[in-house]
Design a protein. Sequence first.
Length: 354
Amino acid sequence: MSRPGEERAPQGPVDVEGHDRPRGASAGGGPPGGRRRLPATPTLWIFAALLVMVAVFSILRFDAFASSTNFRNIAIDASGLLVVAVGMTFVILTAGIDLSVGAVLVFSSVVSAQVMTGMGEGTVSILIGLAVGLLAGAAWGVLNGALITKARISPLIVTLGTLGMAEGAALLLTGGINVRGVPLQLVTTLGIGDLFGVIPYLVLIAAIVTVVGAVALGATRFGRYTYAIGSNSEAARRAGINVDRHLIKIYGMSGTLAGLAGFLSLARFSTTTLAGHSTDNLQAIAAVVIGGTSLFGGVGTVFGTVVGVFIPAVLQNGFIILRVQPFWQQVAVGAVLILAVYIDQLKRRARASA
């Protein structure tokens, strides 16, 4: 018998729509003992579109686009956004939203930079700066989760409010002037360093975050609870899931990853970039949705998010190489985003009428 507020496994299987299933029945009406299947997503089609983009740009400018140096640059450019988007995937899977991640990223980088510049050079300074950045991001995330679950305020309103609060706090701490002078060791190792001279550390960290996020979502109870809450939060609650506590964890994780992205930004640019992340929240949301995660919750994968992150990165890089105005990248990404949401709505209507 579980204590009040304690998480416990559902008494019976819960399908991806959040409804209890009889024991032995499989999702989708398959044979007893079958594996739970998630509804089909457009991820494979989006991945195919990404491959087509790479092929087209390679054909048009093979020497400039299809080089190891250029692919390295694309991966580095996408690494920070990918870290933020992994956290956003979990948030949107619960049918939530987090508009504050860009501002939290900036705030975390500010407090981290101020701590490191105050302590000076050295590994200890860098480690403490990292810890401060992660804790700052986690604090904003937990605040979001607590207001959403305990005060019952819409995630849109809560995170819009904390966006302004975090951004304003960062400007107050700095007087609107970027903090410079972070430890040189941070820049020369994490910022521009490579593992074995091949894999940039920024890309390696983003890859580790992605793998951990994919495993947590696809192979753990934490991931199953995330899908269940996004599909039907009331059914998940009746199945024994502590929904409020889980959502606080989700938003806390999103804030922590935004803090990590802020630290990676410091390492890459050796300064805070107060005005450089105003659209990171929208880019992260777009990447997650383009990758097949439903805005209505319960459907999506981390792999899809990876594809969604690299589509705008490849487009922007390819347009620059072809000397096409990079503003067309925004047009293309917007069109793909609308198409992805439209396809998701068609799928929901088809399931509802089935």
